[in-house]
Design a protein. Structure first.
Length: 233
């Protein structure tokens, strides 16, 4: 355990996420899940700080565990390669990109239902069905939490920079190269986002937004002469 090295940005992100999660559990009267989760930009519950704070909030132990495990596993390698400043920029830009795509999809859904982005002009006449009402309610009053958008950006970056790295995946008995498993994971997210299964509360388009921005940033940043961590390549 004494030989484990965690780069400074990854270490601080881990600490902040854990502190936010602990505060949510230990101080329920503060309703941090409502205050720090991010809501749709046209929602009465939206606050200007939420696009940042939502990245440090999580919906349960499994949610934060898998996100933080991925942050440690992939983020440590990427921060060591890029340096602290570049990694921090990547992390937050992909997190904001995740939210941007999620909002864009939600705005499209709202427009499809009511014919406009803002819902407060004639709300009574806009409810055409119970399902549409539920959709609008979930968009305007359902908050989004989690670092998953940024984590998907890290996954894509790792897959692009270290395509032949072999990963151990749960329920798969043999190692799988990153260049195979990560694109499959992205396609699954896309399929789930398009399908919109009833009861699915996962923001799949936020995951895809983080992945897309991560892909764009790596294409811009990738240094073909960089031989650091060649053992993965």
């Amino acid at each position: 355990m004494n030989n484990i090295y965690i780069p400074p940005i990854v270490k601080n992100l881990l600490i902040i996420n854990i502190l936010f999660f602990a505060a949510t559990l230990l101080l329920p009267n503060l309703h941090l899940d409502n205050l720090l989760a991010v809501f749709y930009f046209d929602s009465p519950k939206f606050r200007f700080w939420q696009p940042l704070t939502y990245m440090f909030m999580h919906g349960g132990f499994a949610h934060i565990f898998f996100n933080m495990f991925a942050l440690y596993s992939f983020g440590s390698i990427l921060e060591s390669r890029w340096g602290a400043k570049k990694f921090l920029i990547f992390y937050f830009v992909t997190g904001f990109g995740a939210l941007a795509l999620q909002w864009a999809v939600q705005a499209y859904e709202v427009h499809q239902i009511i014919g406009q982005i803002t819902m407060f002009d004639g709300w009574e006449k806009l409810i055409q069905s119970e399902r549409q009402a539920q959709t609008l309610g979930s968009i305007y009053y359902g908050g989004m939490v989690g670092a998953s958008g940024a984590i998907f950006g890290l996954l894509v970056a790792f897959g692009m920079l270290y395509p032949n790295a072999e990963l151990l995946i749960m329920f798969i008995p043999v190692p799988v190269k990153a260049k195979y498993i990560i694109p499959i994971y992205i396609l699954i997210e896309l399929s789930l986002g398009v399908a919109q299964f009833e009861g699915d509360s996962i923001a799949h388009y936020a995951h895809l937004g983080g992945a897309l921005i991560g892909f764009i940033l790596v294409k811009i940043w990738k240094d073909k002469n960089d031989t650091f961590y060649t053992l993965y390549e």
